[in-house]
Design a protein around this ligand. Structure first.
Ligand code: PRP
Length: 208
């Protein structure tokens, strides 16, 4: 049996559809239920439905053999697992954003940056030799410049509609091609190779 850690939320439907195309019986994922552990009708797959940022934790621990996680989350957490495949789902960018008429905000020597991605932001600014104040938030990041909590945000931008709705714009693209990735537990890849490798092969075929 292969155990998957799958993210609830915006990647859920696309992930399930991709797995279905690879021959995984995902019909159980369409059920309207609050259950967090589901088993495919054929008994071959177990699904743990977790918060997107928790996918790497379940896979690193080996509770799940395989997971689908965003590249943004993987960069931020740097977990001990194998990132096997770019699934090309949910493409977005990691950007610095703020008020469009304050582009010079980024040159402020006392820049305050609000983000969910504290480790990644620290790395980006330290590589630039810039000492900025990082403010950790868990969501609604766009609110930070609007309320004056921060000067700019470092966040994912997909459609750009959240920025726009809040009068903000991208000031700088930092990382392009942030997509969902297939991650695999290091031990599972050995012990369940006979099940996992064909699945990876099929996914590679479908994705390309
Ligand atoms: C993410 C991100 C932005 C938004 C970008 O938030 O933090 O707020 O999506 O998407 P867009 O460019 O398509 O508008 P999410 O929806 O995950 O909610 P959160 O604020 O709870 O983190």
């Amino acid at each position: 049996m292969i155990y998957f850690a799958l993210a609830k939320g915006r990647l859920a439907d696309e992930s399930a559809e991709l797995l279905r195309k690879c021959g995984v019986d995902t019909s159980v994922l369409r059920e309207d239920t609050r259950k967090l552990v589901l088993t495919s009708a054929d008994g071959k797959y177990g699904f743990f439905l977790v918060k997107p940022t928790d996918v790497p934790t379940y896979v690193e621990a080996g509770v799940a053999d395989v997971g689908i996680a965003g590249k943004d989350t993987l960069m931020e957490q740097d977990k001990d697992l194998y990132e096997m495949l770019d699934l090309r789902l949910g493409e977005c960018r990691l950007c610095l954003a703020g008020y469009p008429d304050r582009k010079d905000a980024l040159t402020n020597p006392h820049l305050r940056v609000a983000t969910k991605y504290v480790n990644t932001a620290k790395k980006v600014f330290s590589e630039r030799g810039e000492d900025v104040e990082i403010i950790h938030l868990n969501g609604s990041i766009e609110l930070a410049p609007v309320t004056g909590l921060a000067d700019v945000i470092f966040d994912i931008v997909q459609t750009g509609s959240t920025l726009k709705a809040n009068g903000l714009a991208v000031l700088e693209d930092v990382f392009d091609h942030i997509t969902a990735r297939l991650v695999v537990n290091k031990v599972s890849l050995k012990t369940k190779a006979a099940e996992i490798l064909p699945l990876i092969g099929k996914l590679r075929e479908v994705v390309s």
